[in-house]
Design a protein around this ligand. Structure first.
Ligand code: ARG
Ligand code: ZN
Length: 507
């Protein structure tokens, strides 16, 4: 070994991407995330994966490299391995805003690796081991590059342990909204779409790499820590309580959450025996009670419409985050930054099928999440005495929907809908804009018009079943629809509604 840097010492100084962290204040409560003002696109400086190939010390293989070629976030995720399981042992002190963590990441190598990257933003890395042996590592921006002492061979499973601590950062998205680690009045909330998860644990933070999780969180006694999956244990000793949450079904890291604070936790089961766990900030309990009481009925209606619920529990987290402006479909248990309304609850729960179980292959496929979850709202309305989806479609097409909706943005909103096609957002700042949500839902309605109600519901259900717990992309979806309705010609829908610029002509 010819390297001079001793093991478990950083080879380089951390250089955190300050350019990614512009402080843009979130506006007042926005129910619809696409209304976010389009704000500065972070400088996507392409950093070399490693300045450290000179130091391979005879270890066979090549570096896995940073990024997995996401069209919008080239540095997101990492090459050369596939994570199977994250074991996170965390402690958080809300007083000092201090997080202490150990991440044990079990992964399978997809090539002989001399080095590999993890994504981590902020925080201080104290020690890294690979299969129990101290490893060298360095940091550059969001890349934590690890060089194991011994080779990691293709096909083999290896375990990386990262010990870290610090004050986690809030990340500002390219569209100006906030995610990552968010402070609340009584604790904190971790949200990860699209890139915030790297603010609280190191990992392969691209939606294409899903894994199971066990998250153990220790907080001061009297506070509660809520995450995804099911609570396995809760123990109090010496003034601290440790909550252990386990997520057995594969989860993309942007869907991982952690809420620390005072919560009213309630547990029940649906008529089908599905465990329900809701955690509500006491200040929002009264305003949330009625809508959360609808949750079992919404899940039952969605099962009837979309097929079997994909996970082993459901629920919701309602926390106080005035000004956050969006809810998030965190797995099992979506997060609401205030008391939800029925439509938003329907939307986030529909994501459990479309987004959480069937996850986009890359961020370009975001409309497969948002178009479907939006269409779920239309279908819910149609089935519950509201407007039929056809009327919603027509009102969007002629623009009248935007006058009627206080939040819709009037004429400007009506125009913004046609700014780009749902399957081709122009940049990372537009991923949550209205064409992805509303025009995405209109694509689904066009398919329904062509094939009829029964075949359309068969497509919705079949798509969820075909890619259950997996990943899928837009080309896979169009091919799937064509296979389900072989006699029909969808080419005009794909050309004009899915991929085409401008407002399509009315047929
Ligand atoms: N996926 C969330 C939803 O259910 C919205 C997330 C918005 N995030 C953002 N960075 N703009 O619609
Ligand atoms: Zn959504």
């Amino acid at each position: 070994m010819s390297c001079s840097a001793p093991a478990d010492q950083p080879v380089d100084r951390p250089v955190d991407g300050a350019a990614d962290r512009s402080a843009v204040p979130a506006s007042a409560v926005r129910r619809r995330p696409w209304r976010t003002a389009a704000l500065l696109l972070g400088v996507l400086a392409v950093l070399p994966a490693s300045a450290l190939t000179a130091c391979d010390g005879g270890v066979r293989g090549t570096p896995g490299g940073f990024g997995v070629r996401d069209p919008y976030f080239p540095k997101l995720g990492n090459g050369g391995y596939d994570v199977r399981h994250y074991g996170l042992t965390l402690a958080y002190e809300p007083g000092g805003h201090r997080l202490t963590g150990t991440a044990v990441i079990t992964a399978r190598a997809t090539q002989d690796l001399s080095a590999f990257d993890l994504d981590l933003k902020g925080l201080t890395v104290e020690k890294v081991t690979v299969d129990g042996e101290a490893a060298r590592w360095n940091r550059a921006g969001q890349e934590l590059t690890v060089r194991p002492r011994d080779e990691v061979s293709a096909g083999g499973t290896f375990r990386t342990t990262v010990r870290y601590s610090g004050t986690p950062v809030t990340v500002t998205d390219p569209d100006g909204t906030e995610e990552g680690w968010l402070r609340t009045g009584d604790g904190a909330l971790a949200l990860g779409e699209p890139t915030g998860s790297m603010a609280w644990f190191p990992g392969n933070h691209h939606p294409s790499d899903k894994a199971s999780y066990e998250v153990s969180v220790t907080v001061p006694e009297g506070l509660t820590a809520v995450s995804n999956g099911e609570l396995r244990s809760e123990r109090t000793a010496h003034g601290r309580t440790t909550f252990v949450w386990r997520t057995a079904e594969p989860m993309a890291s942007y869907l991982a959450t952690l809420a620390v604070g005072r919560f009213e936790v309630s547990r029940s089961v649906t008529d089908d025996g599905l465990p329900v766990c809701t955690a509500v900030d006491p200040a929002l309990a009264a305003d949330s009670r009625a809508v959360l009481a609808e949750l079992p009925e919404i899940v039952a209606w969605e099962e009837k419409t979309f097929g079997p619920y994909p996970f082993s529990s459901t629920g919701a987290i309602v926390d106080r985050l005035d000004g956050l402006g969006y809810a998030l479909e965190t797995q099992n248990r979506p997060v609401f930054p205030g008391a939800p309304d029925t439509g938003t609850l329907v939307h986030e729960l529909a994501h459990q099928w479309y987004g959480d179980s069937v996850t986009p292959e890359s961020w370009r496929d975001m409309w497969l999440n948002e178009g479907f979850a939006t269409y779920a709202e239309w279908l819910w309305d149609e089935d519950h005495g509201g407007d039929p989806a056809q009327r919603t479609f027509d009102a969007l097409y002629d623009g009248s929907w935007f006058d009627a909706d206080a939040d819709g943005g009037g004429e400007q909103g009506a125009e913004a809908m046609w700014a780009f096609p749902p399957a081709k957002p122009p940049g990372a700042a537009q991923l949550s804009d209205s064409p992805v949500y509303l025009r995405g839902a209109m694509v689904l309605h066009k398919i329904r018009q062509k094939v009829g109600d029964e075949a359309f519901l068969g497509i919705l259900r079949g798509w969820a079943a075909a890619h259950r717990h997996g990943n899928a992309d837009t080309a896979g979806f169009t091919a799937y629809v064509e296979k389900r309705a072989p006699g029909e010609d969808f080419s005009g829908i794909w050309r004009d509604w899915l991929y085409g610029d401008g407002k399509p002509d009315r047929p």
